[in-house]
Ligand binder design. Structure first.
Ligand code: PBG
Length: 311
């Protein structure tokens, strides 16, 4: 009866698996603060993505960790950069079984760990960064990415990327914009996984303030749509379900929510202590995110949950 009258359903195809691929490692490396998550080699990534596709997961989003980082994040748009190589591997193998997506940002590639280029004074240079994002997006699309997801929160990033993709023959590659992205402590474990903690300062100059005006999130969403975004994202998920609902009510395009690393780590840590019912808590958190308005959910549990939903 509960199944018959359910108001909120999860489906494997609505789930997106975030994955990390690292250059220059021989074996997958566990991420201490995210039990069950690894930094992949190109080979182990292939296997993980095949498994996700087999489970019916709707998409994967790639994050790359280069061996060498520099001030301009050269690995981000290098055709031989780790994400580009990994995308090419996957594009030929999994094809249309799921949507190959790529996070477009500089923080994994810069030695200072910020999401943009810096001025001499050490401030993030918004406009100079746009060219780097555009170039990275084109490199990802050429390598086989079928959805570009800019996460750096620079003003004008969607427009710059759209223009560059169109000019390079990728008018059909859509943009999923991380539109309402908060400067969140919940990204802590991700910064271990992607080795991208800022070396000084924090991201509060470009990401949103958790207690800031709600209208700011809605305005960011509207601006991204006006610039050509095809879908928008709210991030993190659980502490921002109210924002998610308001975004859902505001727009016609698909809305994604990112259940981020800290949300994952909290449940895994409590479960490891035997304090909670891990599986129920995972499912309940995902149902809550869906009910708040997410059409798609990025979650590190995507493959596991997809399998459970199919069982
Ligand atoms: C930036 C980016 C971050 C996450 C996704 N893209 C980190 C940040 O903004 O500091 C965080 C995801 C997570 O915590 O799971 N490239």
């Amino acid at each position: 009866m509960r199944r018959l009258v359910a108001g909120t359903r999860l489906h494997p195809a609505d789930l997106i698996l975030p994955v990390f691929v690292k250059e220059g490692i021989a074996d997958p490396q566990p991420v201490a603060s995210m039990p069950g998550v690894v930094q992949h080699t190109r080979d182990s990534l292939r296997k993980a993505v095949h498994e996700a596709a087999e489970a019916g997961v709707g998409g994967v989003i790639l994050f790359g960790i280069p061996l060498h980082k520099d001030a301009r994040g050269s690995g981000a748009d290098d055709p031989r950069g780790i994400v580009q190589l990994a995308l090419a591997d996957l594009a030929s193998e999994v094809g249309d079984a799921l949507v190959l997506m790529s996070d477009t940002c500089l923080d994994e590639y810069t030695d200072h760990g910020h999401c943009g280029l810096l001025t001499d004074a050490g401030e993030v240079d918004n406009d100079a960064t746009l060219e780097r994002y555009a170039s990275a997006a084109v490199a990802q699309a050429r390598a086989g990415s079928r959805m570009i997801a800019p996460s750096g929160m620079m003003d004008g990033q969607v427009a710059a990327i759209r223009r560059a993709l169109d000019a390079d023959g990728f008018a059909d590659v859509p943009i999923l914009a991380y539109s309402a992205k908060y400067a969140s402590a919940f990204y802590g474990p991700f910064r271990d996984a992607a080795e991208c903690a800022p070396q000084f300062g924090d991201r509060s100059a470009y990401q949103q303030d958790p207690g800031g005006p709600v209208g700011e999130a809605l305005r960011e969403v509207r601006l991204d749509l006006a610039e050509g975004a095809d879908a928008v994202m709210v991030k993190p998920a659980l502490p921002y379900l109210d924002i998610l609902r308001q975004v859902r009510d505001l727009v016609e395009v698909p809305v994604a929510a990112y259940q981020v690393s800290g949300e994952y780590a909290m449940i895994e840590a409590a479960a490891a202590n035997g304090w909670i019912d891990r599986e129920r808590m995972i499912m309940e958190s995902l149902v809550g995110i869906r009910r708040a308005g997410a059409d798609m959910i990025l979650t590190y549990w995507a493959t596991e949950v997809a399998r459970r939903l199919r069982a």
